[in-house]
Design a binder for this molecule. Structure first.
Ligand code: BEZ
Length: 225
């Protein structure tokens, strides 16, 4: 069985475009995103990495460390990064590590290999990695997994949105509704009942059903929720 939400993200040592890393040491007490790519010098992956480089300030402001992985060696990554930096016109050079995983050791550890597309293999017949995403919290616990096919580039604003939701939910007793974005109303956590509702949210509670109660985004107000 693959990795599940709540599992500790497996530790590993790897060579990366920024030199060797030990994954848990790299994460330390930060949030992290580990995301994989099928192959270097491929069009969709190139657009994804330039999009992440251009959003690096949005990840940094949330305390999130980035680490990519692609099923090639580090020398190949370094050449490819030059193309990506040319695409972003040097405004946001790609400054996070990309793991060299030519032998698929880490891809296997994280169950990132493509099993549905038999044609998705390299010239040695090894399966490529899919577009997996792991959001990992400062306790090194996996909080989200996403798996996209090679044909479809990921939506990184969605990953930032999930981070906002997870970080807010860890701090306050709330959950977030469909299509929520930072600043929108949030949902009072179902475990908050009785006097606790007023204690945490005051009069700022809109009861739609007894099980669906909205309140303002706690990060927009000075509350103890
Ligand atoms: C791409 O990034 O464009 C890609 C990579 C592997 C297979 C198909 C597309």
């Amino acid at each position: 069985m693959g990795l599940r939400l709540g599992d500790i993200a497996p530790d590993f040592e790897a060579d990366t475009s920024k030199g060797p890393i030990k994954f848990h040491e790299y994460i330390k007490d930060s949030w992290a995103i580990l995301f994989s790519h099928p192959d270097d010098y491929t069009p969709v992956c190139t657009t994804e990495l330039s999009a992440v480089a251009l959003s690096s300030a949005d990840f940094a402001s949330r305390g999130v460390k980035l680490i990519g992985l692609s099923a090639n060696d580090v020398e190949s990554h370094k050449g490819w990064i030059k193309d990506i930096d040319a695409l972003t016109q040097g405004s946001d050079p790609l400054d996070f590590p990309i793991v060299g995983d030519k032998d698929r050791k880490i891809a296997t550890l994280y169950d990132m290999l493509d099993h549905q597309d038999a044609t998705n293999i390299d010239n040695k017949g090894l399966p490529f990695t899919v577009r997996a995403v792991f959001i990992i919290d400062p306790k090194q616990t996996i909080r989200l997994t996403l798996t996209y096919p090679a044909s479809t580039g990921r939506n990184f604003p969605e990953i930032l949105r999930v981070i906002d939701s997870l970080q807010l939910g860890d701090k306050h007793k709330i959950t977030t509704p469909a299509n929520w974005n930072k600043g929108d109303k949030v949902i009072v956590h179902p475990s908050v009942q009785g006097e606790k509702v007023k204690e945490l949210f005051g009069d700022d509670v809109e009861v739609v059903y007894p099980y669906l109660r909205f309140t303002s985004d706690p990060s927009t107000k000075k509350e103890k929720a």
